[in-house]
Design a protein around this ligand. Structure first.
Ligand code: ZN
Ligand code: MN
Length: 139
């Protein structure tokens, strides 16, 4: 069957499954642009808008997470479980932090302020292993 003859519903399902597969196969917390370039290797005529739409949908479905830092572009995480991240200030890597989510922080804030706390965000930053060991190179 040619790509044009493929039923729309099946095409949409295939696009979404591929985007999810790509995200689940990397630990790099990629941007939408990076994902778009990977998807295009298998579906050359896909648009960036379609990739964005699918990322939004997968996020709503609870399959992936969107990581946002203020005004900078989002990165995406194929791991939907709550966990913390470490940002390398030199190379820009985003790494998973292997500690438990600190639930007591929410209780602490609830007790202090009397709010109903339903979540929190905690970020770490500094230098990753390779940036710590190697002096900065201009490439
Ligand atoms: Zn680094
Ligand atoms: Mn992560």
């Amino acid at each position: 069957m040619s790509a044009a003859a493929e039923p729309i519903k099946r095409r949409k399902t295939r696009q979404r499954a591929l985007i999810l597969k790509i995200l689940r196969s990397t630990k790099s917390h990629p941007t939408a642009d990076w994902i778009y370039n990977q998807v295009r290797k298998e579906i050359p005529d896909i648009s960036l808008g379609t990739v964005y739409r699918n990322l939004r949908l997968l996020k709503e479905m609870g399959e992936i997470q969107e990581l946002q830092w203020g005004s900078t572009y989002s990165r995406f995480d194929g791991n939907p479980r709550e966990h913390y991240h470490f940002n390398c200030l030199q190379c820009g890597r985003v790494l998973d932090v292997d500690i438990d989510v600190q639930q007591f922080l929410e209780e602490l804030v609830e007790k202090k302020h009397g709010w109903k706390v339903t979540g929190h965000r905690l970020e770490f930053w500094g230098l990753c292993h390779s940036c710590r060991e190697e002096p900065r190179e201009v490439k």
